[in-house]
Design a protein around this ligand. Sequence first.
Ligand code: FES
Length: 85
Amino acid sequence: MKAPSESLKMPTRLSSPEQLESLRKDILSRRDSKRPIITVCAGTGCQTYGAGDVYQDIVQEVKKQGLETKLEVKATGSTDSARRA
Ligand code: FES
């Protein structure tokens, strides 16, 4: 699997729904559909409520159960919908 920044054709700013759809397809094509991703928000608000500990606990449990090759754990930023809430 390619690193996210490797040859990702992401424009500096999306200016049309077609560009968004193209970016979505590009991102999905890079994912391994057989390897689910657990995402944990690492935005400022969630960090305040202990997201860092939750992330670390999930990573440790995944390792403990030997699931590193079967799923991925990622820390993400806050989503737009969460920021609007
Ligand atoms: S900081 Fe996590 S959803 Fe906003």
